[in-house]
Each structure stands twice: as C-alpha cells, then as structure tokens.
Design a protein around this ligand. Structure first.
Ligand code: 13P
Length: 252
C-alpha cells in the first residue's frame, strides 16, 4: 500500500510572516485528514518559523534543495545536516527550475540524492521533459535517461523510500497540465525503469507524483489514477484553501 503524498513547493515566495500565516491556515483546513502525507516546502529563510508553526501536526517540513557536501568552503550552499537540524524531513532534488537556472546536471542530482539519504532525509526527485522533446516523441527516452543517472548512487532500500515527481516542464506554471493518461503512462515508465534496476518489489514501493499546473479543480483527475501516488504542487500550494482541497482529493 503506497500512502499518497501531496507536497507544496512554495519556490521563491513568502516572507517569514507570510509563510507562517499560510501554514497556519493550512493546518486548520487539513486537521481532519488522516490518510495522506502532507509536506510543505517553504524557501530556506522560512524553514525555521514554518517548522515551529507545524510542530506536532501532520504536516511535514520539506526543503527545495541541498548541497551534497556535509560542510566546508561552499559559499551560499546548505548542507543536508543543516536541514535535519531545522526539523526538515523531505527535500526536493533536481527540480527543472534548478536544472535550468543553476545548470544542475543529473550527475549533481545523483550526489544530492545520495547525500540526502545519508543524512536521513526523504528526497523527492523531479524528472520531466521539455515541450520540444514531447512533441518529438522523445519524452520517455528523456525521463529514462534522467533516471539512469539520477539513481546511480542509490541502494535498493533507499529507492524503496524515494518519491519521484514527474513534472513535464511545459506544464509547470503554465496552466496547461498534462493529460492524466499521459501522466499515468509516464508513471508506469518510471516504475519500469526502477523495476529493471532495483527489482519489481522496489518498483512497487516507489511513490510517483505528478506535478505541473495541478489545482483544486483538476487534482482529482490525477490522484484517482492507478500508479499516481500524489502531487507536487507549485502555484496552488500558495493558497491554503486550494492546497487543502488538493490534499483532500488524494484522501478520497
Ligand atoms: P505549478 O503547480 O505552479 O505548475 O508548479 C509545479 C512545480 O514546479 C512544483 O514543483
């Protein structure tokens, strides 16, 4: 049984007071949710305050990135242990915006995944293709290629705990979500890659999220599909009511 997991990626939004207000509103709205894991990923600057606000609740804290080294002369970077120190439990790794603007490579992502597990964090690995790649019929090939390298340094028991978010880049922040059937097909491709590398039991354990213009109106179309175990939500996670509605559509 894979427990659904809904994560909100707040990206570079919210000051500390705004972040606390948002999460407090959310806590009230999801107080009766039992069967779904809920994760909020504020920017680094709000992690401590949001962590304080959600202490003892069912909402878990996630970060949006980390660096693979444990400490040292890496100006501006955040070590996995520093996140653990803040009460962070989950971390998004390999988001397409980091791949695009910070030139993160799959080799970097592999090192980040390894470091996250080593520190006891639960990573959410993001994969997904560009529009031109989908239009050229290359979406599967691209996602497979990402996974081949991203998962390279992980052991089977780690992959069993992994969450993989399929986020087609053209669907992020555009209001144009993937067709649910296409998302389900890619979730199967992801499971097949995991199965080929780590065995069928591992493929069965790994949770696959869909991300890309998920909102309160369309989340049910994805979350009711066999093989989609949750959502990674950007814009709609910045509104407590919308995010709570998405969480509830996974709990049905
Ligand atoms: P949107 O939900 O705003 O499309 O963003 C998706 C995303 O990038 C989540 O990581």
């Amino acid at each position: 049984m894979r427990v659904p997991i809904i994560a909100g990626n707040w990206k570079m939004n919210k000051t500390i007071p705004e972040a606390v207000t948002l999460v407090q509103e959310l806590l009230t709205l999801v107080a009766d949710v039992q069967s779904t894991e809920i994760v909020v990923c504020p920017p680094f600057t709000a992690l401590y305050s949001v962590g304080q606000a959600i202490a003892g609740s069912r909402v878990a804290l996630g970060a949006q990135n980390l660096f693979w080294e444990a400490k040292g002369a890496y100006t501006g970077e955040i070590a996995p242990g520093m996140l653990v120190d803040l009460g962070v439990r989950h971390v998004i790794i390999g988001h397409s915006e980091r791949r695009a603007y910070q030139q993160e490579t799959d080799a970097d992502i592999a090192k980040k995944l390894e470091a996250a597990f080593k520190a006891g964090l639960s990573p959410i690995l993001c994969v997904g293709e560009h529009l031109a790649e989908r239009e050229a019929g290359r979406a599967e090939e691209v996602v497979k290629g990402q996974l081949e390298v991203d998962l390279e340094l992980l052991a089977t028991d780690q992959v069993q705990q992994l969450v993989i978010a399929y986020e087609p880049i053209w669907a992020i922040g555009t209001g144009r979500s993937a067709q649910p059937a296409d998302a389900a097909a890619m979730a199967q491709v992801i499971r097949d890659v995991v199965g080929a590398k780590f065995g069928a039991d591992t493929a069965d354990c790994v949770r696959v999220q869909y991300g890309g213009s998920v909102n309160a109106a369309n989340s049910g179309d994805f979350l009711t599909l066999e093989g989609i175990d949750g959502a990674l939500v950007g814009g709609a996670s910045l509104k407590a009511k919308d995010f709570a509605a998405i969480v509830k559509s996974a709990s049905k």
